[in-house]
Design a protein around this ligand. Structure first.
Ligand code: NAD
Length: 497
């Protein structure tokens, strides 16, 4: 079986230990991947540090840096079919999703940040209003240094591409740690980056379980920033590790997003849209609209159409183009989802459909779980409050808009929400009262390289994408220069000599 090596300091490195990577559609081993040990982490940190402090990357003319990053984008497009297959096999994402979303969007991120880096990095001069001052403040955007990128298994290539395209375009050197469940596309990206000819040590890609290497990576003073996407629980650990050496953090954590459906919607279209908002990627989306609040005037009609369509969702192996829902990432994740449903039942919820492991004999060796719809869930129930990260949604009715807003906001998370209505003004008024970093109106899951994305409350802090997300990967230096024409700066008068 093919062993994927790590990528450190421009070299592919097989280590003494390797792990199996599982195909969740079949439950079988798909590949073997080298596992990084403490000495590999130390090497990656040392090389990324050296490449930043002494290498050419942060000091390259911006046009040259742009050229390198565009080559990565091009490399992804040239290898798109292979990357899509690999991502589907490894993460269980239906091939239609990886082919039309994950892989082209990854290439697009590198392209966008390459094309815009000069604009985003433009320095600025400030006018100083203080009387008699001859000073001029010049604000300069610099890269932060060595950035550790830690990504989850639900969008392994895309989230890595978001982070890496921004970090590299800003002039940083990086260490990418994918989830050890889904390291294959990150390691395939290493080959593309190598072919693009980036200087040694600028990009390092390692594989290891977070528990074993997380502290070493995130507490080390050679790393200037950690950009993390993952669970709330791990995010809190990383905040603690990083406190040891004080560094910049961005935290994209979990969610418990809500959709509010008003009575003036076209029911068929809204049901179709919300199926996508709940069940895409088997519901393993941080922004999954896992709570849907529906105006009581249309609740019955909406619910029966929703259930009827959920039952038609076609489960199947990720590599089949007909598949609409693949397997969950692992048996452990499936057990977790099942436990959530069982607890919800015990707390009084009614299961309208699904709620169990797929009985299809053709799917029995993979980690399949039926799309599940619940009602009768109270605000205090575990499933209302905690992230399931699987194909499970709770439906509830509301009688007035403020009640729907209060229900949507009754969560410790604040990642995303959506409003569905044909009244643009009312939708915008609701969006203004929603306590989440993103609020979609009559759409879902639209992420744009131009527009920042990130959560409030326990969903974390910092942004990804857009100018604001890009600037997280920079530090702002203020250079203040006295420009007095007589070459006698104002400070020289203080002691009167
Ligand atoms: P996870 O937190 O278990 O793992 C994420 C990454 O952290 C993995 O690479 C993992 O190896 C690493 N890790 C684990 N323990 C670590 C430690 N002690 N120190 C350092 N790194 C460690 O998350 P997951 O199960 O891979 O992904 C699902 C979670 O990610 C969900 O909670 C989901 O909401 C969240 N997520 C959030 C966003 C967002 O944009 N807000 C996007 C996608 C996923």
């Amino acid at each position: 079986m093919h062993i994927y090596p790590l990528y450190i300091n421009g070299e592919f490195k097989e280590t003494q230990t390797s792990q199996d990577v599982i195909n969740p559609s079949s439950g079988e081993a798909l590949a073997q991947v080298s596992v990084a040990r403490a000495n590999d982490i130390d090497l990656a940190l040392a090389c990324a540090r050296d490449a930043f402090d002494h290498g050419e990357w942060p000091r390259l003319p911006l046009a040259k840096r742009k050229e390198f990053i565009l080559k990565i984008s091009q490399g992804i497009l040239e290898n798109a079919a292979e990357l899509s297959r690999l991502e589907s096999e490894n993460a269980g994402k239906p091939i239609k999703e990886t082919t039309f979303m994950d892989v082209p969007s990854s290439a697009k991120s590198f392209e966008h940040f390459a094309q815009n880096l000069e604009k985003y990095l433009a320095s600025e001069s400030l006018e100083i209003s203080q009387e008699a001052s001859q000073a001029e403040a010049h604000l300069v955007r610099e890269p932060r240094g060595v950035v550790v990128l830690i990504v989850p298994w639900n969008y392994p290539l895309l989230i890595a591409a978001w982070k890496m395209s921004q970090a590299l375009a800003a002039g940083n050197t990086v260490i990418l740690k994918p989830s050890s469940l889904t390291p294959l596309t990150a390691l395939a990206l290493a080959k593309i980056i190598h072919s693009a000819g980036l200087p040694k040590g600028v990009v390092n890609i390692i594989n290891a379980s977070g528990d074993t290497v997380g502290e070493a990576l995130c507490s080390d003073k050679r790393a200037d920033m950690v950009s993390f996407t993952g669970s709330n629980e791990v995010g809190k650990k990383i905040i603690q590790y990083s406190a040891k050496s004080v560094k910049k953090l961005t935290m994209e954590l979990g969610g418990k997003s809500a959709a509010i459906v008003l009575k003036d919607v076209d029911i068929g279209t809204t049901v179709n849209s919300l199926l996508c908002a709940v069940f895409l990627n088997q519901g393993q989306m941080c922004t999954a609209m896992s709570r849907i609040f529906i105006d009581q005037a249309i609740y019955e009609k909406f619910t029966s159409e929703f259930i009827e369509k959920v039952k038609r969702i076609k489960l199947g192996p990720a590599l089949d183009f007909e598949t609409q829902m693949g397997p969950l990432i692992s048996d452990t994740q499936r057990k977790k989802v099942l436990a959530f449903v069982e607890k919800a039942r015990a707390e009084g919820a009614k299961v309208l459909c699904g709620g169990k492991i797929s009985a299809d004999p053709k799917l029995k060796s993979g980690f399949f779980f039926e799309p599940t719809v619940l009602t009768g869930v109270s605000k205090d129930a575990q499933i209302f409050q905690e992230e399931v990260f699987g194909p499970v949604v709770c439906l509830a009715k509301f009688s007035h808009i403020q009640e729907a807003i209060d229900l949507a906001n009754a969560s410790n998370f604040g990642l995303a929400a959506s409003v569905w209505s044909s009244d643009a003004k009312v939708s915008q008024e609701i969006a203004a009262k929603i306590n989440s970093g993103t609020c979609w109106i009559n759409t879902y899951g639209m992420f744009y390289n131009e527009a920042p994305y990130g959560g409030f409350k326990q969903s974390g802090f910092g942004k990804e994408l857009g100018k604001e997300g890009f600037l997280e990967y920079t530090r702002l230096k203020n250079i203040i220069q006295d420009k007095s024409s007589d070459a006698k700066p104002i400070v020289s008068y203080w002691y009167g000599f």
